[in-house]
Design a protein around this ligand. Structure first.
Ligand code: OTD
Ligand code: ZN
Ligand code: ZN
Length: 347
């Protein structure tokens, strides 16, 4: 494949449909990395405390915009954190300030999700309003029952939560975020046009062996956790299929190195500094570089009803080493693949 690989790859500028940037000094350290690659990104609201109101989302958006380097065009797309107590009219306020979605975190499912939804029925009034307003529901699709095996939580979510939810809200737009299993890929493939899914670079490149390669490797630990090889292959198939239901969402989730390399290490892979390069690697390995632009640049805006970007980016076939460590507020952060060589580089 190396011999026939093109020397450069030009794409319509992509967007990131699932991103964590935190707040304060940490945010200022990571926003430029995403803004260098993507025109827009959906900003996840799992701060402490979470972004639950339109008013908080406006203020958070202003703080993010202030962290974008001068001369760089980057638009944060805001998402509100759904709780048991979100009032139904928050949907209209969210729409009015330009938010694109609400995020469903089953309480306790992932980082900073304690304030999440304990019972979906408590959110039905606001879900009705969202369906009416055409707002998207982004879902972290894992059940939280500690009795359920951590590798089975996504599948259990489909049966126990997603199927009943779609029965009750057939015209609610739902993005099944960061899918990790062949069952989720199949479910989304067979669903109607209201359902889409994002796929992360780590779930396209790695299976669960990566977490245990010669020792515990905390930088490969994220939620939902990496699965078996058969699942990775199904995700690659979905992402490279040309189906507009699957699009790019890095789930880049920065944590200081000392909190990942810890007795109770945080979940999340920091991929923002080399996100599009990682996707290019995954698509190239599948012999499907020609499918990257649809996945990275077209299907996301089409699903969200936003215009496609018009400028372009170029990736060059050029070896480079991802920095082992980068500044992260007062701390440091290790990106996924830190210290390792990548074969594609954004020009
Ligand atoms: N997964 N870490 C985080 C969020 C995601 O589920 C997610 O979206 C985070 O740190 O915010 C993670 O592993
Ligand atoms: Zn999630
Ligand atoms: Zn996330």
């Amino acid at each position: 494949m190396t011999d026939t690989a093109p020397a450069t790859l030009t794409l319509t500028r992509p967007d990131d449909w699932h991103l964590h940037v935190r707040d304060g000094a940490a945010m200022a350290s990571v926003v430029p990395a995403t803004a260098a690659q993507f025109a827009r990104a959906i900003i996840m609201p799992n701060l402490r405390p979470p972004i639950t109101t339109a008013e908080q989302a406006v203020a958070y958006r202003d703080r993010i915009r202030a962290a974008v380097p001068a001369g760089v065009a980057f638009e944060p797309l805001m998402v509100l954190y759904l709780t048991d107590n979100t009032p139904a009219d928050e949907a209209a306020r969210a729409k009015a300030m330009g938010a694109v979605a609400f995020k469903l975190y089953p309480a306790g499912a992932t980082t900073n999700s304690d304030a999440g939804v304990t019972d979906l029925r408590k959110t039905y009034k606001v879900l009705e309003a969202m369906q009416r307003e055409g707002l998207v529901l982004c879902v972290h699709g894992e059940v939280t029952d500690s009795e359920v095996d951590v590798f089975d939580r996504e599948n259990a979510f489909i049966d126990d939560k997603l199927i009943p939810l779609r029965r009750d809200f057939p015209e609610l737009k739902i993005v099944f975020e960061h899918i990790t299993t062949k069952e989720a890929a199949q479910y989304v493939t067979e669903a109607d046009r209201f359902v889409g899914a994002t796929i992360t670079p780590q779930h396209l490149l790695y299976n669960r062996n990566a977490i245990f390669m010669g020792g515990v490797r905390p930088h490969y630990y994220c939620l939902p956790i990496l699965k078996r090889e058969e699942h990775r292959l199904a995700l690659v198939q979905a992402a490279t299929s040309g189906s507009p239901k699957f699009f790019l969402g890095t789930d880049s989730a920065p944590h200081a190195s000392h909190l990942k390399e810890h007795s109770s290490g945080c979940a999340g892979c920091y991929t923002a500094p080399c996100a599009i390069e990682l996707y290019a690697e995954a698509f190239e390995a599948a012999g499907a570089l020609d499918k990257l632009e649809g996945f990275a640049s077209f299907f996301g805006p089409d699903y969200y009803g936003l215009p496609r970007n018009t400028d372009r980016i170029t990736l060059a076939r050029e070896d480079w080493v991802v920095p082992e460590s980068l500044p992260f507020g007062e701390a440091v952060i290790r990106p996924l693949r830190g210290g390792e060589t990548l074969r594609w580089r954004l020009r």
